[in-house]
Design a protein around this ligand. Structure first.
Ligand SMILES: *[C@@H]1O[C@H](CO)[C@@H](O)[C@H](O)[C@H]1NC(C)=O
Ligand SMILES: *[C@@H]1O[C@H](CO)[C@@H](O)[C@H](O)[C@H]1NC(C)=O
Length: 169
């Protein structure tokens, strides 16, 4: 009788222990966390500073569509001021973001939507911004670190001014 009890207990304990171990190993082997948006950019031949620190999350579809989510629209500056909408969308492939939506650059007091962002040749040290009217060449070194991006209170005033101006015409 005593013998029976002592063998039964360790087996029960072992069973609980193994269940515990298999639960832990299952949770450890579940898919690793996705890379940060900045690591994703790097892995696609783009500088990680292309998107600000404030990026909250992103999705990348099988067809290449990248969607980047920020808490709110914001302004930052590389060479000129750049405006990020709260959702920025583009087709991500190696060395390029094509058909960008939600990103504008200030050019001679005008806000021009950035359409494509291309790193053709990293050795050139240049990144190209297609702003519709022209390709702007910028130094890759401007994009080494993700910048801080500030809520766009200033821009709101400017947009309001532009609207007022249009109403006068
Ligand atoms: C790409 O996939 C996303 C999500 O599945 C979808 O919303 C989008 O319309 C697709 N774009 C094209 C051009 O197929
Ligand atoms: C994104 O670009 C790739 C390569 O040019 C192309 O094959 C794919 O269809 C594009 N996806 C979308 C959603 O436009």
């Amino acid at each position: 009788m005593a013998h029976f009890i002592t063998t039964q207990k360790p087996i029960k304990f072992l069973h609980v222990f193994l269940t515990f171990v298999s639960l832990i190993s299952r949770s450890l082997s579940s898919s690793p966390p996705p890379p940060s948006i900045h690591d994703l950019l790097l892995s696609r031949g783009l500088p990680k500073g292309l998107l600000p620190k404030e990026v909250k999350s992103y999705t990348l579809s099988d067809n290449g569509t990248l969607e980047v989510f920020l808490d709110e629209p914001c302004l930052t500056k590389y060479e000129n001021r750049v405006f990020f909408d709260s959702v920025v969308r583009a087709n991500l492939s190696y060395g390029s973001l094509i058909g960008v939506v939600g990103l504008s650059q200030e050019e001679l007091f005008l806000w021009l939507p950035v359409k494509d962002i291309i790193v053709d040749d990293p050795k050139s040290g240049l990144i190209l911004f297609d702003i519709g009217l022209a390709y702007k060449q910028l130094s890759l070194s401007l994009f080494e670190e993700p910048p801080n991006c500030k809520p766009q209170g200033i821009l709101k005033n400017e947009v309001r001014k532009q609207k007022g101006f249009e109403a006068l015409r």
